[in-house]
Design a binder for this molecule. Structure first.
Ligand SMILES: Nc1ncnc2c1ncn2[C@@H]1O[C@H](COP(=O)(O)OP(=O)(O)OP(=O)(O)O)[C@@H](O)[C@H]1O
Ligand SMILES: [Mg+2]
Length: 241
């Protein structure tokens, strides 16, 4: 089953073509890394997957439906690139708030929050207001929030940014656990090493265009072509060697 289907999608902001004729597919159970230079159109694409903005052209389907369909949205967990959480809430209240929006009952929210706060290493800080959190702690809170509704599809905009090495390792393991449980994950990243370790396939963007889409294993299997090399080939020469 295709959980994400983007077909000939473009998005224009005034003079800027943020995404230009993008077509991609994520199948159930796959993990896809969405790579590219700054301003390449990754966040714009992710916002279109969530129905937060509409494509100028083309179609986006998520979990078999329109991204703005509440039934489709209920099965998606989303972590934004920059989260604007209410600063006076603590992490537990944040999860209570999001759980309510997702339509979860109080008991489910409580038990999921206990597990997730422990998993992301925030159990001890759960009662402190978010305005006292460090960058990485806010990132961890965002991961817990994205997982609260036990989503079938996770859409994460730069989930590794700001995490310390230990948190990265834990988060990578968590993503692997989720994949093993049959979840689908679509994440943008500038971390090529993490992406190579985690993904079934990658897409590489530059200035709105997708220059490469394909499996990671095939690249690394040759022993000499790793993801960093591919990334440079694609973006410096504009082609895949
Ligand atoms: N709301 C907006 N109004 C005008 N231009 C925008 C808007 N959102 C994005 N853009 C432009 O669209 C292009 C793509 O931006 P986007 O945020 O999607 O890039 P990105 O690949 O996520 O980059 P980064 O790696 O820096 O996060 C950029 O040129 C950006 O300036
Ligand atoms: Mg971005």
């Amino acid at each position: 089953m295709e959980v994400v289907k983007v077909e000939h999608v473009s998005r224009v902001f005034g003079e800027v073509m943020a995404v230009n004729d993008l077509t991609l597919t994520l199948n159930a159970g796959e993990v896809m890394g969405f790579l590219g230079t700054n301003g390449a159109g990754k966040t714009t694409t992710i916002k279109m997957l969530l129905g937060l903005i509409k494509p100028t052209e083309g179609t986006v389907s998520v979990m078999g439906g329109d991204p703005s369909d509440p039934q489709a949205r209920a099965r998606i967990g989303y972590m934004p690139e920059i989260a604007y959480y209410y600063p006076y809430l603590n992490a537990r209240e944040l999860l209570d708030f999001y759980g309510g929006i997702c339509g979860l009952d109080k008991k489910t929210i409580r038990s999921r929050a206990d597990v997730l706060l422990e998993k992301v290493g925030l159990a001890d800080a759960a009662k402190r207001p978010l305005k006292t959190y460090s960058k990485g702690m806010l990132q961890r809170a965002g991961i817990a929030q994205a997982l609260l509704n036990d989503p079938d599809l996770l859409v994460l905009d730069e989930p590794f940014t700001g995490l310390d090495p230990l948190a990265r390792i834990h988060f990578r393991e968590l993503m692997k656990e989720l994949r093993a449980a049959g979840k689908s994950i679509f994440f943008s990243s500038h971390e090529l090493g993490e992406t190579e370790l985690l993904c079934d396939k990658v897409a590489i963007m530059k200035k709105g265009h997708c220059f490469y889409q394909g499996p990671v294993k095939q690249l690394t299997g040759e022993g000499e072509k790793n993801l960093e090399r591919l990334f440079l080939d694609v973006l410096e020469k504009g082609e895949v060697k």
